[in-house]
Design a protein around this ligand. Structure first.
Ligand code: G6P
Ligand code: ZN
Length: 558
């Protein structure tokens, strides 16, 4: 007997427009009657050909509040839309990279990831739903536009009656007429993938021979706790005390699960006071990472460049496959461009958003990429991957120590700068500012870029002369799709840059981001904020940020 299906009349909700990484709203918004159902139905309505009928979908999320309820709704609505198989992480848990890996390894037709990434969780905070396509990556704009379109015209959704909620705790397959629901171990496949990429044996022997090399991994109470335990403790032999906040909590312990110097302050303090050799953190859903040591903070733009520099020499995955190309998002510092130039590799500059890397990877043109927003990864999956970045660093440290015993995060970075020079980089965030003021500020910058009021080119600020101004536009070299208005770029004669963007991931008001970069070929140990101060002044002067937003100081500096 086919599963009984119920058709529920509904009307559209405003604003169900997926942003950079899916639909993110407050939990209470998702809890409104039919709100979540509408959006989930819209995903199935808009699913790329051949659509949901007979499809296999991966489902899981970062463990935040409302996740398991959403999983149950997705299964009911998906079943009624003809989905044949759901592969779900145990208790609904899958990190974003693990979900991407699973979509690929099981050749699923896509996946639905339940996360608001690094945004706080719990009843008063955020939830999110994101659709990933067959390649394991976030849906491209054509698909998210179609989802949005479906949310605007929806008049009914369908849901199957499964009798009782799916048992998400028990690993194994539950069969219904026309539907199989397979609950899988959340970490197993991911650990297997990690083992195939890195030289874990080299890391293990390095750690065993260097007990003073200490590590501290902070999952910020997010989803990577179980992944970190399996890899760092079980596989690599670090003591249990190398883990902190590694049990996923629905509200992330009330904190902001974002690995940066502001929100991961507990890690930063412990790494400093305990003189930890490698400190690392990941965000709520496990795709971001931060790497530091007691005597160095690795800015993400440097991290990806450093990994790109060493990868082919010591990471088995790249030794086997070679490196096809490198890439960064536009606001990310140009350090990786220098590595690409030195190694004769192509380098791509894409808009902010991991999805832009996917096409290049699928076309075999890109192997390693990263973003200043604490995202680093490679073509092993189609999401950025927090644990991957940390293991990459361990692999590189172990490798460099073979020829340079005692090499540390700091010495490895300084050697890198000796070879390439240093791109000093900082980002100022002004979170939850008045959306109207922020929009007006950007509009004025656009007008200046277009030459109004005499434009900016040729003018000097704090001794830096503007050479070029534009609103970044990207033409995807694979499918020729064009993404315009991706951020205001002011490029100075000495290659320093100031970039202004509005965040695409905030859930309240607007977030203004200012990115500042300056290249120094000689001095590698200046204080970053001191090195960039004149350019910060220039940025505030050019944008008139305070006048437009009423904000004097940023909420976060990274
Ligand atoms: C998410 C995306 C990234 C992006 C980051 C910041 O993590 O996956 O690709 O860089 O958000 O985006 P935003 O629009 O808030 O600057
Ligand atoms: Zn994330």
């Amino acid at each position: 007997m086919p599963l009984p299906v119920r058709t529920v009349p509904t009307t559209p909700f405003e604003g169900q427009k997926p942003g950079t990484s899916g639909l993110r709203k407050r939990v209470v918004v998702f809890q409104q009657d039919r709100y979540t159902e509408n959006f989930v139905q819209a995903i199935f309505t808009a699913m790329p050909a051949p659509g949901p009928r007979g499809a296999t979908l991966v489902v899981g999320g970062d463990g935040r509040y409302f996740m398991t309820e959403a999983v149950q709704k997705i299964v009911r609505i998906g079943a009624a839309n003809g989905v044949a198989r759901f592969i779900i992480g145990q208790n609904g848990i899958l990190s974003t990279p693990a979900a991407s890996a699973l979509i690929r390894s099981r050749q699923a037709d896509g996946g639905i990831i339940l996360t608001a990434s690094h945004n706080p969780g719990g009843p008063q905070n955020d939830f999110g739903i994101k659709y990933n396509t067959r390649n394991g990556g976030p849906a491209p704009e054509s698909v998210t536009d179609a989802i949005y379109e479906a949310t605007c015209t929806i008049s009914e959704y369908v849901e199957a009656d499964l009798g009782a909620p799916i048992d998400l705790a028990t690993i194994g397959t539950q069969s219904f007429d026309g539907l199989e629901v397979e609950v899988v171990d959340s970490v197993e496949d991911y650990v297997a993938l990690t083992k195939s990429i890195f030289d874990l044996e080299l890391i293990r022997s390095f750690c065993a021979a260097n007990p003073k090399f200490t590590m501290l991994f902070d999952a910020l109470n997010g989803v990577t706790g179980p992944y970190g335990r399996r890899i760092f403790v079980d596989e690599l032999g670090f003591p249990e005390s190398s883990l902190d906040q590694c049990t996923p909590l629905e509200d992330f312990g009330g904190s902001h699960p974002d690995p940066n110097l502001t929100y991961a302050h507990k890690l930063v303090e412990r790494v400093a006071s305990e003189k930890v050799a490698l400190g690392a953190a990941s965000d709520g859903d496990g795709d971001r990472n931060m790497v530091l040591s007691h005597d160095w903070f690795v800015t993400p733009s440097d991290s990806v460049a450093l990994i790109a520099h060493h990868a082919a020499a010591c990471i088995p995955y790249f030794k086997r496959n070679g490196i096809n190309g490198l890439a960064r998002s536009m606001p990310t510092s140009c350090a990786i461009d220098r590595v690409a130039a030195a190694k004769g590799l192509p380098v791509f500059e894409v808009p902010t958003g991991w999805k832009f890397f996917g096409n290049l990877m699928d076309a075999g043109r890109l192997s390693i990429c990263g973003e200043e927003s604490f995202g680093t990864g490679s073509d092993h999956i189609r999401e950025k991957d927090g644990i991957w970045a940390v293991v990459a660093w361990l692999n590189i440290i172990a490798h460099v120590n073979q020829t340079t015993p005692g090499a540390s995060v700091r010495s490895i970075m300084l050697d890198f700068f000796k070879a390439y020079g240093r791109n000093y980089f900082t980002r100022y965030d002004y979170e939850e500012v008045d959306a109207d003021g922020a929009a007006k500020m950007m509009a004025r910058l656009r007008a200046l870029a277009a030459g109004e009021d005499g434009g900016l080119v040729g003018r000097s600020y704090s001794g830096y002369t503007v050479a070029k101004v534009d609103d970044f536009e990207y033409t995807d070299p694979v499918d020729q799709s064009v993404s315009s208005k991706q951020g205001l770029r002011i490029i100075f004669a000495d290659s320093s840059r100031i970039i202004f963007r509005l965040s695409g991931t905030g859930s309240e008001g607007a977030t203004v981001r200012i990115y500042i970069e300056r290249y120094d070929p000689m001095q590698f140990e200046l204080d970053t904020q001191a090195a960039l101060k004149p350019l910060v002044h220039a940025a505030l002067d050019i944008s008139q940020l305070e006048a437009y937003t009423g904000r004097k100081d940023p909420t976060v500096i990274t």
